[in-house]
Design a protein around this ligand. Structure first.
Ligand code: NOJ
Length: 562
């Protein structure tokens, strides 16, 4: 297997709006991030991924870009951004930027032009169609509720928007549009960035003719994903993007890919195909959803998690590369989701972190994960800001008459604002995030959960994450070893081995509130030499007990041996 810096790195994701506000306007900003660069260095991460900081009307918090080459005023200036880049680079950290090119904002110059007339030179940068029998051109639904089409009176046509109506989809069939995107990428690369995280990049190639999807019973619109996910020209477009832009630089790429399967991901990440270094897949994030999608709550079955993770670990080993994540700005907080954010918050957060960082792939930490930030429950829907949540609430409660209390329950479990409450820096007002009024309320638990306290306390999740990162630098097996599942049917313990050259790692995780007996299966050959890390006192458990022991609630142990 090739050795690469991005395989050996740990990435930290920053959602700038919620990270740190340096000027008291209630919105996180770039200078705020720069002030916290030493905190990141202290944690030990190698790469920072910035969620979008470009000019945007903020219909979807920056994922609707109106100028790809300008910094959002709320966040600061280009000089602020250059300073952040330099402060990261001076500390040997890298900076990757979000690339959102499945769609732009409807306030982007291209779209402003495009909607002027059917003959406008920018018209074909977007996807326009006449209506069908007085209705939308097809039956696709938007990810943010309702139809994926918006009618434009001026030209009597509809445009496609897979997300909000302020996020029109770009037409990748148009070579001029593609050229503009590659030029824009080079413009950023020339400014010294170290790579891109690419937003819903497996949606950019649509099946010609945009056929209807199948409408589920009781629903108005269909998922069209079959006709735009991993579409017919996606691999060609990504290869072209490499030839035209990325190949000229030594950078990393990660493609966000909802619904991608492991076979397709093999193609996306196989280095010989020159497409992407890794993808964000979502299978493990969908295991606690029922047949009706993310708001349809279902408890996680540990055996499902094993099956899914194992498929990806084995499927990409030696072929491509995995990204490893349990949190991001679209997902609820993992300690509240797969752990126990009350009685066992510390233990379960550390266990989940260990589980993830010991797998094969590049680990991503989402801001606040390293201090065990939790989900939030605001009393009123008025306190929520996320467009996906608000549109869904409106559709379910106001249009379909569903019970508001049960819709709120699903928002508490799955809403994206769980991840977007301000970072909790200390115990002062608003968690020290801002001296003004925060754009979204702070989670009231900042009094007990905050970075200042975590940095001071040697037993904190923060220090434990530091140790996980340090171990990765020290032991190549954590990066390059292969993966082998043991005890596939156990409902509470997730245990796996890593193998590399003459070495082995045994990782044993208790995913439950109970004490559980672990027994190493006889057919597994392993002899522990060292207890590497665990969450009930770092690596202080006895190394000779590896073959059979009792795990405390959410206990994790990692043994190194032969
Ligand atoms: C995925 C991003 O992570 C999410 O936040 C955004 O709403 C959609 N793509 C649309 O850009």
């Amino acid at each position: 297997m090739d050795k690469n810096w991005w395989k050996e790195s740990v990435v930290y994701q920053i959602y700038p709006r919620s990270f740190y506000d340096s000027d008291g306007d209630g919105i996180g900003d770039i200078k705020g991030i720069t002030e916290k660069v030493d905190y990141l260095k202290d944690l030990g991460v190698d790469v920072v991924w910035l969620s979008p900081v470009y000019e945007s009307p903020n219909d979807d918090n920056g994922y609707d870009i109106s100028d790809y080459k300008a910094i959002m005023k709320d966040f600061g200036t280009m000089e602020d951004w250059e300073e952040l880049r330099d402060e990261l680079h001076n500390r040997d950290m890298k900076l990757i930027m979000d690339l959102v090119v499945n769609h732009s904002s409807d306030e982007h110059y291209w779209f402003q032009e495009a909607k002027k007339s059917k003959n406008n030179p920018y018209r074909d940068y977007y996807i326009w169609h006449p209506g069908r029998n007085g209705r939308e051109p097809n039956n696709w639904k938007s990810s943010f509720s309702g139809s994926a089409w918006e009618y434009d009176e001026n030209t009597n046509e509809y445009y496609l928007h897979l997300f909000s109506k302020k996020q029109p989809d770009l037409n990748w069939e148009n070579p001029e549009l593609r050229r503009e995107i590659y030029d824009m990428m080079k413009w950023w690369l020339d400014r010294g960035i170290d790579g891109f995280r690419m937003d819903v990049i497996n949606f950019i190639s649509k099946v010609p003719g945009l056929p209807d999807g199948k409408v589920k019973e009781g629903e108005k619109y269909a998922s069209g994903s079959k006709y735009f996910r991993d579409g017919p020209r996606i691999h060609e477009f990504l290869q072209e993007m490499n030839e035209e832009a990325l190949d000229l630089y030594n950078v990393m790429t990660v493609g966000e890919m909802p619904g991608v399967g492991v076979e397709e991901a093999q193609k996306y990440t196989d280095p010989s195909r020159n497409e992407l270094n890794m993808v964000f897949q979502f299978e493990h994030m969908d295991l606690d959803s029922g047949p009706n999608g993310k708001w349809d709550l279902k408890p996680l079955e540990l055996t499902d998690l094993k099956e899914s993770i194992t498929k990806w670990q084995v499927g990409l080993n030696g072929v491509g590369w995995n990204s490893l994540y349990l949190n991001n700005h679209d997902q609820p907080r993992i300690v509240s989701r797969f752990g126990n954010d009350k009685e066992y918050r510390l233990e379960s957060a550390k266990m989940l972190g260990t589980f993830l960082h010991m797998l094969q792939g590049t680990p991503y930490i989402y801001q606040g994960e390293e201090i065990g930030m939790t989900n939030v429950q605001f009393d009123s829907i008025e306190d929520y800001e996320d467009i996906e949540t608000l549109n869904m609430y409106k559709e379910k409660v106001e249009e379909n008459g569903e019970d508001p209390a049960s819709v709120m329950e699903s928002i508490y479990a799955k809403g994206r604002d769980n991840a977007r409450t301000p970072f909790q820096w200390n115990h002062t007002k608003h968690g020290g995030f801002t001296t003004g009024e925060p754009w979204i309320k702070v989670n009231p638990n900042y009094l007990n959960i905050n970075a200042e306290q975590a940095v001071e306390d040697e037993q904190s999740i923060f220090h434990y994450y530091r140790e996980l990162i340090r171990l990765r630098k020290k032991h190549p097996i954590i990066v390059y070893g292969d993966y082998q599942l043991i005890l596939p049917d156990h409902e509470k313990i997730y245990a796996y081995m890593r193998n590399y050259e003459e070495q082995k790692l045994l990782v044993v995780c208790n995913f439950s509130d109970d004490e559980v007996e672990f027994k190493l299966p006889q057919e597994i050959s392993f002899t522990a030499e060292e207890s590497m890390i665990g969450n009930y006192g770092y690596g202080e458990f006895p190394s000779d007990s590896y073959a059979a022991f009792t795990l405390k609630p959410y206990e994790v142990r990692v043994y190194k041996g032969k």
